[in-house]
Design a binder for this molecule. Structure first.
Ligand code: AKB
Length: 338
C-alpha cells in the first residue's frame, strides 16, 4: 500500500514553515516535504519524510509517484522577484519548468488514483504591471483581470504558471483521440507581501516591510529601499496559511475562478515605519530608495480587490493591520530576539 501524503515543495521556505507546522498540529495528514535546502530540524519530526532535492530532477519526482499516493500538492518552491532579476533564465527554469514538472507529476498521480489531485499554487501581486505611478495612485482596488502585464521575470513566470494551471485543468491534450481530463484541480492565490514573525524572506521586493520589523527587533540598522509614500498590500503568515487551507477545502462547485486575489491591509512604508518605531524606539531606520527596486514596487498595486475570494469560499483574514502588528508581529518578534 502506498502511503497517502500531501506534497509540499519549497518546504523550508517561509510559507512552508507555517504550512508544515499547521498541518502537523491541526490536520491528520502525512507531509512529504521537498526542498533543495536542508529542512530546519524543528520541522523534521512534523513530516512523514523530507527529501532534499530539486524540482527540476525528473527522476526524483518519478520516484515519488511510484512510492506515494499524493492527494494534494502545495507547490511553494520558487525564486522571488528581486533574486530572479539577477538571473532571469535560472528563475524561468525553476519557476516555470519546475511547475511544469509538478503538474506532470499531478497528472500521473491522478491517473493512478482515478481521482482528482488538488494543486495549490501561490501566485503573487507581481503578476500586475501598472504602467506608471500616477495610474497606481489613482486606481481603486485592482481585480484579477486588470493590468496583467508584469515587468519582472518572476511576475511573468507566476502569470504563465497560472495559465498552465488553467490549461491542465480545462484543456489538457484537447486534440488527443483518447482524451481524458488531466485530473488536476488547480487552485491559485495571488498573495500580497507576506510578513512572518518567525522567518525573514529572501530575494523578494516586498521584503522591506518584514526586513524593517526584524532589523528593528534585532537592534540592527535598516536602510529601507523604497520611498516613504510607497504602498503595497500585505498579509501576515498565519492568514496566508489560512487562505491556502481554506481554498484547499472549498467545494469545487463554489469556485468561479482558478486564481483569486487575497489581501489583509496595505500600509505605506511610512506607516510601517511609524508602527515599528513606536514599538522599538531605538531602531535606526533610514529611507534610501533603490531606483530599480522602487521601479518594480511602483508597478504593483497599492491594493487588490479580493471580493471573489470572499464571495466564493468565504475568505476572511483574521488579522487586520492593528491585530497583525499589536497581537502577532510585535509581541512575537520581541519574544524571538530578546
Ligand atoms: C516578492 O517580493 O517577490 C514576493 C511577492 C510579492 O510575491 N514577496
Amino acid at each position: 500500500m502506498r502511503k497517502e501524503v500531501v506534497l509540499i515543495t519549497g518546504a523550508n521556505g517561509e510559507i512552508g514553515h507555517g504550512l508544515i507546522s499547521h498541518i502537523a498540529e491541526k490536520e491528520k495528514t502525512h507531509v512529504l516535504a521537498l526542498d533543495v535546502m536542508p529542512l530546519d530540524e524543528s520541522l523534521r519530526p512534523m513530516c512523514e519524510r523530507f527529501i532534499q532535492g530539486d524540482i527540476l530532477d525528473q527522476m526524483l519526482l518519478g520516484r515519488l509517484v511510484a512510492e506515494y499516493e499524493i492527494r494534494t500538492i502545495y507547490h511553494l518552491a520558487s525564486i522571488l522577484s528581486t533574486k530572479a532579476e539577477y538571473n532571469p533564465e535560472t528563475a524561468h527554469k525553476v519557476n516555470v519548468e519546475g511547475t511544469l514538472n509538478l503538474l506532470r507529476l499531478a497528472v500521473e498521480q491522478a491517473t493512478w488514483q482515478g481521482k482528482p489531485v488538488k494543486f495549490l499554487y501561490p501566485s503573487s501581486i507581481a503578476v500586475y504591471g501598472i504602467p506608471d505611478l500616477q495610474t497606481k495612485n489613482s486606481s481603486n482596488k485592482i481585480n484579477e483581470e486588470m493590468w496583467c502585464q508584469p515587468t519582472t521575470m518572476y511576475g511573468c513566470n507566476k502569470l504563465y504558471c497560472e495559465q498552465l494551471g488553467r490549461y491542465y485543468t480545462k484543456y489538457y491534450r484537447q486534440l488527443a483521440a483518447d482524451r481524458n481530463s488531466s485530473g488536476i484541480d488547480f487552485r491559485a492565490l495571488r498573495f500580497p507581501g507576506l510578513i512572518s514573525a518567525i522567518t525573514t524572506p529572501t530575494g523578494g521586493t516586498s521584503d522591506y516591510g518584514p526586513e524593517m520589523l526584524h532589523h528593528a527587533a534585532m537592534g540592527k540598522k535598516y536602510r529601507c529601499f523604497v520611498r516613504p509614500d510607497t504602498r503595497l498590500p500585505f498579509m501576515v503568515m498565519p492568514d496566508a496559511i489560512k487562505a491556502l487551507l481554506d481554498l484547499e477545502k472549498a467545494d469545487k462547485g463554489d469556485l468561479s475562478k482558478l486564481v483569486y486575489n487575497v489581501t489583509s491591509f496595505n500600509p505605506s512604508a511610512q506607516e510601517f515605519y511609524n508602527i515599528v518605531i513606536e514599538a522599538f524606539p531605538n531602531a535606526e531606520i533610514s529611507f534610501e530608495p533603490d531606483i530599480a527596486r522602487q521601479g518594480i514596487v511602483d508597478t504593483w498595486p497599492a491594493d487588490v480587490d479580493d471580493t471573489s475570494a470572499k464571495n466564493d469560499w468565504g475568505w476572511n483574514p483574521e488579522f487586520d493591520q492593528d491585530r497583525a502588528f499589536y497581537e502577532y508581529l510585535i509581541p512575537a518578534v520581541k519574544a524571538r530576539y530578546t
